[in-house]
Write a protein that binds this ligand. Structure first.
Ligand SMILES: Cc1cc2nc3c(=O)[nH]c(=O)nc-3n(C[C@H](O)[C@H](O)[C@H](O)COP(=O)(O)OP(=O)(O)OC[C@H]3O[C@@H](n4cnc5c(N)ncnc54)[C@H](O)[C@@H]3O)c2cc1C
Length: 358
């Protein structure tokens, strides 16, 4: 949409319309501190990218609402992180150290955690208040984006795969000037056809192979009296209150393309949530589902032009694709329309990532 807003004529191909990928399946947390604090194994600039995007969210949500009338359900932080064992408590120390001195830095709130969120059970080791970590309603956000692109004069929607072809290895971009591939976990395997044979786009840039699948399962329960009002996180478990339901998630299952949730996994998630917030034990389940995150080893997305001129990628956002939506739009439009790549954006370009590995 950002491309179209800047005057580019866009044809949008999606094999399911309206889209129901990971963006629909997510929990909508906008959590730079919990998800992206600089820790070993995480891309060194991921926090900076997530933090910059979190700052864009309030305006982005407002502009989506004014053009579509749909509320993206944006709420600023804080969220709470709870440690129930020594390992989790130790990881909080690392987060506090890594983000110390930054505006909106997390702080220890162990002694007041039950004043902040009375729904939390008594047996905890420590707690952090995360002022930077807010949330949105991702399904509402997707609905607003769909409404915005459907009514955009510069966008043509074509349900289905892009009819990409190649001649002696050169992409035809389906008759356009350029291709931006952003097909979630399936980005590397989007096809271009040469002489009737489909070839995966990874053949045009090996960096796309970085993008792997990470299945995730979640459920939503009804709002019940005394339920948490704040997002509460504990290890991989999170409880995210929305206006009309409470989301409980999530598994992270590398290499799994999940189409539906598994009853035993959902039961365990609910049980774990009830151990943390006992009032949830009897909350009726509304829905359970599964989705597939597009992830990379260092949890950072690929954003920019590939080794093949005119082939751009924006994918691999792992657990932060909702958070990173506004900055992804800006980076890709700056790159494609203006040829401008900021220092921050350069750190996520496919070319930089390949050279970092050499
Ligand atoms: C359980 C779960 C919880 C999550 N929670 C959060 C959270 O709290 N906060 C957060 O920021 N992120 C969260 N995420 C991560 C976030 O959802 C993803 O990073 C983000 O949605 C990825 O967006 P995407 O557009 O790349 O992929 P998707 O949303 O999956 O979209 C990809 C689109 O490409 C289309 N497509 C695929 N292949 C083709 C093809 N060959 N041709 C045409 N179209 C194609 C699909 O139909 C789909 O519409 C979560 C994800 C999951 C699964």
């Amino acid at each position: 949409m950002e491309l179209a807003d800047r005057g580019v004529r866009v044809t949008l191909y999606d094999k399911s319309w309206p889209p129901r990928g990971a963006s629909w399946a997510a929990a909508g947390m906008l959590a730079p501190a919990f998800e992206a604090a600089p820790t070993p194994g995480t891309h060194s600039k991921l926090y900076e990218l997530c933090d910059a995007s979190a700052k864009l969210w309030p305006e982005w949500a407002k502009s989506l609402q004014s053009r579509t009338g749909i509320d993206a359900g944006y709420h600023p932080g804080p969220s709470l992180a709870i440690a129930t064992n020594a390992v989790q408590a130790q990881s909080f120390e690392a987060v506090l150290t890594a983000l110390s001195g930054r505006p909106n830095a997390p702080r220890d709130c162990t002694s007041v955690v039950r004043d902040l969120e009375p729904a939390i059970a008594s047996e905890i080791k420590s707690a952090l208040l995360l002022p930077s970590d807010g949330q949105a309603d991702n399904r509402q956000t997707v609905a607003a984006l769909v409404a915005a692109v459907e009514s955009h004069a510069n966008i043509t929607i074509r349900p289905g795969q892009a009819p990409l072809k190649s001649v002696r290895g050169v992409l035809d971009h389906a008759g356009h000037d350029a291709t931006l591939v952003c097909a979630g976990w399936g980005t590397a395997i989007v096809k271009a056809e040469e002489n009737g044979t489909p070839h995966s786009l990874v053949n045009w840039d090996v960096s796309l192979d970085e993008i792997d699948c990470y299945g995730g399962q979640m459920l939503a329960v009804e709002l019940v009296a005394g339920a948490p009002k704040m997002t509460v996180r504990c290890g991989h478990l999170y409880i995210v209150p929305k206006a009309d339901r409470i989301i409980i998630g999530a598994t992270t299952e590398p290499g799994r393309v999940l189409n539906q949730a598994e009853p035993d996994v959902i039961a365990e998630l609910k049980q774990n949530a009830a151990a943390l917030c006992p009032v949830l034990a009897d909350a009726p389940v509304i829905e359970s589902w599964a989705g597939v995150r597009p992830g990379t080893k260092d949890h950072a997305p690929l954003l920019g032009e590939t080794q093949t001129p005119g082939l751009f990628v924006a994918s691999g956002h792992y657990r932060n694709g909702i958070l990173l939506a506004p900055i992804t739009a800006h980076i890709m439009a700056d790159t494609i329309v203006d040829g401008k790549v900021s220092d921050l954006a350069r750190a996520f370009s496919p070319r930089a990532r390949i050279s970092a590995e050499v």
